[in-house]
Design a protein around this ligand. Structure first.
Ligand code: NCD
Length: 304
């Protein structure tokens, strides 16, 4: 039995198969409409979410399966003190596969070690968010045409942003990618990420001003300042509007640069940018459903 804890749990060939499947699902949805008839997905969300939980639910429903679960730790037995290990033992007899989000780093991993069904990490604290990374990779592969040889800028909260940590990790396996980390000093990318890049001889730079590097980017991955992971309100208020991508800044960018964002957006991308053909974030959210459909089929070992 297989779980998904980290984007690196799949090798590059397996990822290619997963993305081919996701592209086929997008082209031929009817072919997959009953692939999960009679199967149940449990969504166990101990932390708020809109896209991730609903895209999992949409994915399972579009495959003909059903969904059970909770979206708030307070409405589950966690509020009574039940451990994640016990909860998953129970869920194992209620469902065939489980997507779990948890504020504690490593909690889905603990669950996976006790589970009798595949567990998908749907985000654990500031650590990893592998299904967002699969969404990002599928978007890049489909819209940009390849997963190698580009310069990507990652901008915003690089310290607490788990989507950034997961994506850099996953992209580090592809050739000829140059990373530009754009953040205020306080929200710099963690050393463990740059240490990994150094070890693999992958080039990167760290800058503060977005304008300075804009013309070099093939892709810009914007992120929100992660309010819920700040220790004090003052720091959040000071940093929350540090970057605002607006039409003026977009004039500095390449004609075909892709703008990605895991969403939710707060203020970091002005709404006027949404109409720019380079804005890919709403399409990216759509790819999130296809990739989760492909993931559910893969982990349940269902062939269509
Ligand atoms: C991200 C997350 O939860 O980390 N959201 C998502 O799943 N698309 C990004 C964020 O909350 O900023």
């Amino acid at each position: 039995m297989r779980h998904l804890m980290n984007p690196l749990d799949f090798n590059v060939e397996e990822l290619d198969r997963l993305f081919d499947l996701a592209n086929d699902i997008e082209r031929n949805p009817a072919k997959y409409a009953h692939a999960c008839d009679g199967r149940i997905l449990a969504t166990c969300f101990y932390e708020p979410s809109t896209r991730t939980r609903l895209s999992f639910e949409s994915a399972m429903t579009r495959l003909g399966g059903r969904v059970i679960g909770f979206s708030d730790a307070n409405s589950s037995s966690a509020a009574k003190g039940e451990s994640v290990s016990d909860t998953i033992r129970i869920i194992s007899s209620y469902a065939d596969i489980c997507a779990m989000r948890h504020p504690k780093e490593g909690a889905p991993m603990v669950a996976a070690s006790r589970s009798l069904i595949p567990v998908i990490n749907a985000g654990d604290g500031g650590h990893q968010h592998p299904t967002q990374t699969l969404t990002d990779l599928l978007t890049i592969r489909t819209m940009f045409g390849r997963l190698d040889s580009f310069t990507i800028g990652l901008c915003g909260d690089l310290k607490f942003g788990r989507t950034v940590h997961s994506l850099v990790n996953a992209l580090s396996r592809y050739k000829n990618i140059h990373f530009i980390f754009i953040s205020p000093e306080e929200l710099r990318i963690p050393d463990y990420v740059t240490d990994m890049l150094k070890e693999k001889h992958i080039t990167y730079e760290e800058v503060i001003r977005l304008e300075d590097v804009m013309p070099m980017l093939d892709m810009l991955y914007m992120t929100r300042v992660q309010k819920e992971r700040f220790f004090n309100e003052e720091d959040y208020v000071r940093l929350k509007d540090f970057y605002i991508l607006d039409p003026l800044k977009m004039m500095l960018a390449k004609k075909d640069m892709l703008i990605l964002h895991p969403l939710p957006r707060v203020n970091e991308i002005a709404v006027e940018v949404d109409d720019d053909p380079r804005a890919a974030y709403f399409k990216q959210a759509r790819y999130g459903v296809f990739v989760r459909m492909a993931l559910i089929l893969t982990l349940l070992e269902i062939e269509v």
